[in-house]
Design a protein around this ligand. Structure first.
Ligand code: UT7
Length: 323
């Protein structure tokens, strides 16, 4: 098995900042409630850019930092639950934007755990297909699937994208992943698909077009999922939690992260948290956070890091990596 590492990271956020006060003009809520219950103060919202536009902008930064020409990419995976359309995939749209003519391209639908899943899928394909370079993106325009009249959900989400260029490497890079799901709990967080209403359907089945969520159920699931995924990914690796420099969690709610840290008996400072300004961008939270850490100079060669995510599906998972 060849080693695969993140050779370049990038992110892009739409420029429009939407504060909690602005949201309180839309639904019955207020800044104090949102900050106390979630930790979110503001989020970025697209004024028209679609998921593939955001993904492309993040990818260009990651490619430049990795020193990889888009023409040398052999694989593009976009993790998203808000693609521009069913066909072509967001990955094919990104390929076209980048002129990455040699790449195999597909999207994965794993909700907020998508980036973590995609890293391991890319690593596996880079090994089985002997690809030297791959692009993994998490990108979302959740604002287009948000019910802006539902105060239980519209306060939580934002738009944005993050991208990583992966290369085969001498150093360890992605050491291990832990990927799980609990499909029986899927109803706790849904975005409906097209209606079933054809000349042949026995009855009309009309689907919700927007995010629907049982917040309390997802909350409870999330705390246990982080604890399990962090413990499982270091199991049998000879790496202890003390040796982990940072845990980069999915940015859904600061209370979820605080409770998970307490259960793991870890200082909250080990967790990188940026959700106050970015909110929950689903598959994009982890690479956006990693990009911020990179830009702040926090990531040093050899640092051991755990990425951990949970979300719709319900899915969850983690990645242990050496920077
Ligand atoms: O990527 C994964 C995606 N999802 C998540 O991670 C979500 C996980 N869940 C959560 O983050 C939290 O459950 C929420 C932030 C969504 C909700 O917080 P909560 O502490 O679980 O609140 P709740 O739903 O139990 O509601 C408490 C009260 C209710 O009023 P009553 O019944 O006690 O009178 C709600 O009607 O707060 C009310 N409420 C609000 N009030 C002001 C619910 N939403 C709002 C709001 N502003 N936006």
């Amino acid at each position: 098995m060849n080693n695969v590492k993140i050779a370049g990271i990038g992110a892009y956020l739409p420029s429009l900042v939407v504060t909690n006060d602005r949201i309180s003009e839309l639904v019955e809520t207020n800044d104090e409630w949102i900050v106390q219950r979630t930790g979110v103060s503001e989020r970025r919202i697209s004024e028209g850019e679609n998921t593939s536009d955001i993904a492309t902008k993040a990818a260009k930064i990651a490619l430049e930092r990795a020193g990889v020409d888009a023409k040398d990419l052999e694989l593009i995976i976009v993790a998203t639950i808000s693609p521009d359309m069913f066909i072509p995939s967001a990955a094919c749209l990104v390929q076209s934007n980048l002129d990455a003519d040699k790449a195999a391209c597909f999207d994965i639908s794993v909700a907020c755990s998508g980036f973590v899943y995609a890293l391991e899928i890319a690593k596996g394909l880079m090994n089985s297909m002997n690809y030297k370079n791959a692009l993994v993106v998490g990108a979302e325009v959740l604002s287009k699937v948000t019910d802006w009249t539902d105060r239980g959900t519209c306060i939580l989400f934002g738009d944005g994208g993050g991208a990583a260029v992966l290369k085969q490497s001498e150093t360890k890079g992605i050491i291990k992943s832990y990927l799980r799901a609990d499909g029986k709990k899927g109803n706790a967080l849904t975005i409906g698909g097209p209606d079933i209403d054809t000349p042949f359907s026995k009855e009309k089945i009309l689907k919700d077009k927007y995010i629907k969520m049982n917040g309390r159920e997802v909350f409870k699931f999330a705390v246990g999922a982080i604890e399990e995924a962090v413990n499982e990914v270091i199991k049998d690796t000879n790496i202890s939690l003390e040796e982990i420099k940072y845990i980069v969690p999915h940015q859904a709610n600061s209370r979820i992260i605080e409770l998970a840290a307490a259960k793991l008996n870890l200082n909250i400072d080990k967790f990188y948290i940026n959700l106050d300004k970015v909110a929950n961008t689903s598959s994009a939270t982890v690479p956006i956070a990693l990009n911020e850490m990179y830009e702040k100079g926090l990531l040093k060669k050899g640092d051991k890091i755990i990425l951990v995510a949970f979300g719709g599906g319900l899915t969850y998972g983690s990645t242990l990596l050496e920077w």
